[in-house]
Structure formats: structure tokens, C-alpha cells
Design a protein around this ligand. Structure first.
Ligand code: PBG
Length: 328
């Protein structure tokens, strides 16, 4: 009785077998929460690999159908579309045109695969010749002039059958203006997923080749956030929710897992995280050298994003995960 009872703290008891490990596993990935990005360009019979992103392609509309067919079989059924227009101009006219690349894609894909959930990235940088995310006046992005264009772009996407709009330009007031425009045009039920906390990141480099959207001068630091900031992300997220965002996004994901968790602990709307191009290309490059085990690394990366608090994961790895990793 007098003998002191020693308590053995042994967390390892829950790690001994694969059964007990799976019994106590806290986070699980689900392919149904993935969104796969698709780059669509004009022309026919085009399937062009993006040099900086192995296994990622720019597709013409006829070719993207095969890709979507494959993905649907893998239960990857949500897509975010990026358009690469033929011609770019100062005002990004193709973004608003009834014959625009996104407008045509929406119609064709919906016709063929009504079950595909289509999200459009709502931004002007892929359509402007200067490559900035809005209207430029005196070499500066004119925030308020841009809002009107975003409203028109949103209504146009809605008219052509989009399932969700994702404004990605970090333009102040965008969610409010887009929500108002949609509501006044009978699209009250169309959700908005806002790129709320989008950082001016060096990890977007490979994407800008893929979408051919690099700014021709300057950078995006006057509208995207500094990667040094944390409080500001919460401010942005709260503003977007007040303005009517249904889902908010943190982007990029990996260097910003703390931000995802902050947001998760603060708000009660679904959180999306964008596992961006640079995060993809680094893994592909290292794996090409056989320096890492690609599939295991992908699984760990995607799980870490989920664990940080993301409900939705936008990733170029979604296809590979669904095809090769999911079952193991
Ligand atoms: C468009 C947009 C960008 C990305 C998604 N939407 C580029 C940017 O802001 O420069 C980046 C995605 C990626 O790197 O995978 N505004």
C-alpha cells in the first residue's frame, strides 16, 4: 500500500498494430472534398503539357472531355476552370464575351457531363494583356473600376451554367459586388467561394506558365497579402464572410498551414485550401530525381492540409491521389 504506484505513460500502445493505428486515425482524406484545376485553351486536338508542371496539361475543349471522363470514374467530380484565351487586351474582353473560352467550356462540359461540378476562377489576369488582375489606371490596379467587370464576368459565368464562382483577385468589395449582381439577376442560389486570404506568393510561379498569366510589369503585392502577416488573413476572411462568401479560401496551403488553422478556429464556414502550382512542381522535381517517394509525400502533404483544418482541398495531385494513393 505504501508502495508508490508508478504510472506508465505509453502513447505507443495505440501504435502497435495497423488495426489500432487505423482505429485511432484522426484525419482521413476524401476524394469527394477535392477540387481539380483544369486549364482550357482554344483550338482543337490540343493537349499540351505544362513544362513547369509535369502531368498537367492545357486542353482544348474536345480534349478536356477525355480528362473529365477519367476523373469522374475516379470520383473526382469537382473542377476549377482556368481559361486561356486566344487574344488578350487591356480590359480582358474575352472574360466577358459570350464566345469566351470559359463560357464555351461551361456549356460543352455541362452538356456532356451534367454531374461535373464546375467552379470558375473569377479574375482578369488570364485575359488582360498586362497580366494584372483588374483594370489598370496609371500603372495601378483600379479597385473600384474592376468591381464592375467582375460583376459582369460573374453574371456571364452564371448564365452559362457555372456551379460556383471563385473570385481570386483580392479586389476589395468583390464578394459584395458579385453577390449583389448575382442576386439581382436571378442567381440567388449560386454560391461564392472567395480566395479570401490569398498571399502574394512565390509559389504561383509555375501556374503563370500554365495559365500564361504572369504580370508584364510589377507584381501583385498591392492587392495580394504579405506572407509575413497572420492577423490580416483573419481580417480578410471576416470581411468576405460579412460580404456574403459561402466558402472561404486560404492560398497557398503549405507555407500557410498556421493560417488555415487560425481560420478554422475562428469561423464557421467551410474552408478551402489551394495546394498551389509551386508546391506541386517541387514535389515533381524532387521525385524525378528519386530523392523522395512521390506518392507517400503527396499523401502526407494532403493529409497535413486536412489536419490543419481545410474542408476542401484544391490540388493538382487530386487525380494521382484518387488513382494511385487512395486505396493503399
Ligand atoms: C489567378 C490565380 C492565380 C492562381 C490561381 N488563380 C495566380 C496568381 O494569383 O498569380 C495560382 C494557382 C497556382 O499557383 O496553382 N488570379
Amino acid at each position: 500500500m505504501n508502495e508508490e504506484i508508478k504510472i506508465n505513460k505509453r502513447p505507443r500502445r495505440l501504435r502497435g498494430t495497423s488495426s489500432i493505428r487505423s482505429l485511432t486515425q484522426e484525419n482521413h482524406l476524401n476524394v469527394r472534398n477535392f477540387v481539380y484545376p483544369l486549364f482550357i485553351r482554344t483550338g482543337k486536338n490540343q493537349k499540351i503539357e505544362v513544362e513547369s508542371m509535369p502531368d498537367i496539361y492545357q486542353f482544348s475543349i474536345d480534349q478536356v472531355m477525355y480528362e473529365i471522363e477519367d476523373l469522374l470514374k475516379l470520383n473526382v467530380d469537382k473542377f476549377i476552370l482556368f481559361g486561356i484565351p486566344d487574344k488578350k487586351d487591356e480590359y480582358g474582353s474575352n472574360a466577358l464575351s459570350d464566345n469566351g473560352i470559359i463560357q464555351k467550356s461551361l456549356v460543352e462540359i455541362k452538356k456532356r457531363f451534367p454531374e461535373a461540378f464546375l467552379i470558375t476562377d473569377l479574375c482578369m489576369c488570364e485575359y488582360t494583356d498586362h497580366g494584372h488582375c483588374g483594370i489598370i489606371k496609371n500603372e495601378e490596379l483600379d479597385n473600384d473600376a474592376t468591381l464592375e467587370y467582375l460583376q459582369k464576368q460573374a453574371i456571364s459565368h452564371a448564365k452559362f451554367g457555372v456551379d460556383m464562382i471563385a473570385p481570386s483577385g483580392m479586389i476589395d468589395g468583390a464578394v459584395k459586388y458579385i453577390r449583389y449582381a448575382l442576386d439581382s439577376n436571378m442567381f440567388k442560389n449560386l454560391p461564392i467561394m472567395s480566395y479570401s486570404a490569398k498571399f502574394a506568393s512565390n509559389f504561383y510561379g509555375p501556374f503563370r506558365y500554365a495559365a500564361e498569366s504572369a504580370p508584364q510589369y510589377g507584381d501583385r503585392k498591392s492587392y495580394q497579402m504579405s506572407f509575413s502577416n497572420r492577423n490580416e488573413a483573419l481580417k480578410e476572411v471576416k470581411i468576405d464572410i460579412e460580404e456574403g462568401a459561402d466558402i472561404i479560401m486560404v492560398k497557398p496551403a503549405l507555407s500557410f498551414l498556421d493560417i488555415i488553422r487560425d481560420v478554422k478556429n475562428t469561423v464557421n464556414v467551410p474552408i478551402a485550401a489551394y495546394n498551389v502550382s509551386g508546391e506541386y512542381s517541387m514535389v515533381k522535381a524532387a521525385s524525378k530525381q528519386n530523392w523522395i517517394d512521390e506518392n507517400k509525400i503527396i499523401n502526407e502533404i494532403l493529409t497535413s492540409i486536412k489536419r490543419a483544418g481545410a474542408d476542401i482541398i484544391i490540388s493538382y495531385f487530386a487525380k494521382k491521389y484518387a488513382k494511385e494513393i487512395n486505396q493503399k
